[in-house]
Design a protein around this ligand. Structure first.
Ligand SMILES: [Fe+2]
Ligand SMILES: [Fe+2]
Length: 361
């Protein structure tokens, strides 16, 4: 859509399994691996007025409150053989896309730590890479229980890397950290209300897990506030673009997983509205303009995008003579929907700059 890609050399000795192939795919809606111009990250500064907040966040990273959290207990030894096959497939799909997203962060952050000299940036990205590696490993352990673990070292070499210039990395990763937080906590709270629906113990780990993602987002927020040119002028348009791209991707993707949400006792419309509204609200700590989620037109257009995508999937499955023309027309229609979303007057009231958000929702 808005990136160029490069193919890393492929040196695997064994053929990848199905879940690794799934993780390797780069479709419009699947998680990607990123690379950037690492030199530019050296210029990032932490300004004196932001330094106390930065130091507090980095202290939390050093204290590592989740050091012992990602340890499995006996609940993981349960027999899941009688899981409904359709649910099993949807659960595996959810875990594969989650492990790909977590691992994507792990390798990007590790690369930043390796290639950048700026001591603040190096230290932060080292900690974040540690956390994402833990998250990816924990999910992959569950996939392994189902004999479908993703081969992460193969993926590192074989998956395409999408180049983003650094400022796009900041906007996209800040949002993916905050939306990751909002998703994990919303799923966790859902199962607190209806524990009988919790079909696997991994969901019990989401509460402390989401605090890691929240902290990652807080660190990006301090970095962007310390480099305010990232939040001014034409960059405001890029920020709006990334907010919408992240929200639309999630909306369309989750709506395609309606049976999975039903099995969890949830409904994608309600879930996505909650998660998007919360993420959008949190992002006002740093973004001067955000999406006006109180405007019903925003949701109507996201629904339209989802319906177009659904039709595309149906046409693709059915095949036929004119299928590619009809799919191209629907892609054009979705580009227009995106443009309409982009043209909606944004919300223009940022939170005060000295606010450090607490994850209290
Ligand atoms: Fe993570
Ligand atoms: Fe994270």
């Amino acid at each position: 859509m808005y990136e160029t890609t490069t193919q890393a050399p492929l040196r695997a000795r064994v053929a990848p399994n199905e879940s690794t192939k799934l993780a390797q795919q780069d479709a419009m809606l699947t998680p990607r691996f990123y690379t950037t111009d690492f030199e530019q990250l050296n210029a990032l500064k932490v300004t004196p007025e932001n330094r106390p907040m930065w130091d507090a966040i980095l202290k939390e990273f050093r204290d590592d409150p989740n050091k012992t959290h990602f340890k499995r207990n006996a609940e993981f030894d349960a027999n899941f053989d009688d899981m409904d096959p359709a649910l099993r497939e949807q659960f595996m799909d959810f875990l594969v896309s989650s492990v790909t997203a977590e691992f994507s962060g792990c390798i990007l952050y590790a690369e930043v730590k390796k290639r950048v000299k700026n001591p603040d940036v190096r230290e932060l990205f080292g900690f974040m890479s540690r956390d994402e590696g833990r998250h990816a490993g924990f999910i992959n352990h569950t996939l392994n229980d189902f004999n479908v673990a993703v081969d992460l070292s193969f993926l590192t070499k074989a998956k395409k890397y999408t180049f983003f210039q650094p400022k796009f990395i900041y906007y996209a990763t800040y949002l993916s950290e905050k939306i990751g937080y909002a998703r994990y906590i919303t799923i966790y709270r859902n199962f607190e209300k209806q524990p009988e629906k919790r079909f696997h113990p991994i969901f019990k780990w989401f509460e402390n897990w989401c605090l890691d993602e929240f902290r990652h987002g807080e660190a990006f927020a301090v970095l962007m506030r310390s480099n305010p040119e990232l939040l001014e002028g034409r960059n405001k348009l890029w920020i709006r673009f990334f907010l919408l791209a992240v929200f639309c991707t999630m909306y369309v993707r989750d709506h395609a997983r309606r049976p999975f949400f039903a099995a969890m006792g949830m409904e994608p419309d309600k879930f996505d509205r909650e998660v998007i509204t919360l993420t959008n609200l949190i992002s006002r700590q740093v973004f001067p303009e955000t999406i006006d989620t109180d405007n019903p037109r925003v949701w109507e257009l996201m629904d339209e995008m989802w319906r177009n995508t659904q039709r595309m999937n149906e046409i693709e499955k059915a095949g036929g003579l004119l299928s590619s023309v009809r799919i191209a027309a629907l892609k054009g229609a979705n580009a227009l929907v995106f443009l309409k979303l982009f043209m909606i007057t944004p919300h223009r009231q940022a939170l005060p700059a000295d606010v450090r958000l607490e994850p209290v929702w």
